[in-house]
Design a protein around this ligand. Sequence first.
Ligand code: SIN
Length: 282
Amino acid sequence: MAFEVKQLNDALGAEILGLDLSAPIDDETFAAVHRAHLDHLVLVFRNQSLTPERQIEFSKRFGPLDRHPAEDATLSDHPEILLVSTRKRNGQYIGLPDAGPMWHSDISYKKETSLGSMLYAIEVPDRGGATGFANMYAAYDSLPTHLKNAVKGRRGLFLAGRNNAKRDFKKRLTEEQKAATPPVLHPIVRTHPETGRKSIFANPQHTISIEGYDEAEAEEILSAIFEHCFQSSHTYHHEWRVGDLTFWDNRCVAHIADHSRLDDTTYIRHLHRTSIKGDVPF
Ligand code: SIN
């Protein structure tokens, strides 16, 4: 199956046009999609019409799926699908309305982090609700030498929902869900297992400190790194269309959602997310 790959932005991202994922794709097409994903880091498959089963099957071509700790925010009968949704039932959110309010890499708070996530847009608002993506290879390549030296060979401490205490999340992890995901250490500069390239693996939502530094030193270094990583020359902001399936590589991409309209009752944003299991970063 031939398809077109159209670069979206100088930093990262490509549209995939002319590929219908509602039926299985052959091995040759899969290999071309895989290559495009490694090259562009974020793929946007336009005009899709996907059942939960098809999204799960397509995601599984890349590896086994992970499950989000907030199991009460998953699709009934399909626990592999996290509902990223502002829809409510009986006055309660049916999923996570504000899954990613700060820059982060999905599941970076587990020992085995995520290979990538797929987010499928079923209902999107007329404005607002974009998702930002940052190229963390480029961020590493251009990181000033003093910051490279500051984190060389060091690990960061990662925690699920670290900022739940600081931020007014609409839906928080329960104490039980948090206890099931104890803090982990990961190298702040990781090597991609498929491309061999280095990237920054730290993010404001989940990375809370750096081993070998006291709290104030770690905070200062992390703030300087984040300011560098998320400058506009490293990022692409995706304005959603219904039928977009976006697939990003959590090993070398960080992302953030714009939730500035969350308190507007007319604001409906409803997406299905699957996450593919990855490896232990090295
Ligand atoms: C996420 O962080 O996985 C969700 C991103 C979004 O809602 O745009």
